[in-house]
Design a protein around this ligand. Structure first.
Ligand SMILES: CC(C)(COP(=O)(O)OP(=O)(O)OC[C@H]1O[C@@H](n2cnc3c(N)ncnc32)[C@H](O)[C@@H]1OP(=O)(O)O)[C@@H](O)C(=O)NCCC(=O)NCCS
Length: 234
């Protein structure tokens, strides 16, 4: 899933050594679309019941954490160059909806969808956390995501009109089950392109924060020393 504009230096912000970027010579990317809500095919219910809750408090930190937990293993790296402000500006838009999936009391997955002008609703990100991949949970997650995508203008992004098309992009970098899952849910392929893509190392991804937390800690340490000094003087 190409996950948005950007790109960034591997390992920047982590202080750790990331491996150099790798160029994948032939990434095939598909545009998938569904033009009729009746085309959505539900999936068998997951073994462990999954509950979904819309994140009503947009959080760059939570979204960034989910992006890493779900996407690092499938090379979601397009947002590595985003600053904390970029994430904030992205998530606090009223036309963006983020849902969290819980199962067994654990964060099992999430999805991020956007009500775009003219009725298009884009699924930007959808996926399971690693412990829930490969056991029949993905069909249900995507079905619940698509159901909500069609509800745009009614249950979320109320200021926008109804959805006329639900769409997304997926690629050979995504999990091998992704394309089959979209087809099983009722999506059609609307486009296909193949290109080379240079992928930064997702293992030590940057973790943008609004400010450097070490600065305050350093000031606090000096204060403690200063206090001790004053106590000694007294
Ligand atoms: C993509 C993802 C949600 C799929 O979930 P999963 O647990 O791996 O897949 P599931 O076992 O639930 O299978 C999903 C569906 O695809 C079908 N499927 C899986 N592999 C298949 C194959 N080789 N051929 C045909 N169908 C297949 C399954 O039958 C199932 O359909 P059903 O629910 O109607 O039975 C999950 O792998 C994931 O989140 N990966 C990490 C993030 C990611 O890649 N996201 C996709 C971004 S576009």
């Amino acid at each position: 899933m190409p996950d948005g504009p950007g790109g960034g230096a591997p390992g920047s912000g982590t202080g750790r050594a990331a491996a150099p970027p790798v160029t994948v010579p032939a990434v095939t990317e598909w545009v998938m679309e569904m033009r009729d809500p009746g085309a959505l095919r539900s999936a068998p219910p997951p073994e462990t019941p999954m509950t979904f809750s819309r994140a009503l408090r947009p959080s760059p930190d939570v979204s960034r954490a989910l992006y890493a937990a779900v996407g690092a293993r499938v090379c979601w790296t397009d947002r590595f160059g985003w600053t904390h402000d970029d994430w904030l500006a992205w998530v606090e838009r009223p036309e963006l909806g983020v849902w969290l999936a819980l199962a067994d009391g654990t964060l099992a997955g999430f999805f991020e969808i956007e009500a775009q002008p003219g009725g298009d609703t884009e699924i930007h990100l959808v996926g399971l956390t690693p412990a829930f991949v490969g056991s029949g949970n993905g069909g249900h997650l995507v079905a619940e995501c698509v159901r909500r995508a069609w509800e745009r203008g009614r249950t979320w992004a109320e200021h926008t009109g109804a959805a006329t098309r639900v769409w997304l992009r997926t690629s050979t970098l995504d999990h091998p089950n992704a394309l089959a899952n979209y087809r099983r849910r009722g999506f059609d392929v609307a486009g296909e392109t193949t290109f080379a893509k240079t992928v930064p190392d997702p293992r030590y991804a940057p973790w943008p924060l609004p400010e450097d937390p070490r600065v305050e800690r350093r000031a606090r340490a000096v204060l403690v020393d200063g206090t001790r000094e004053q106590e000694l003087i007294r």
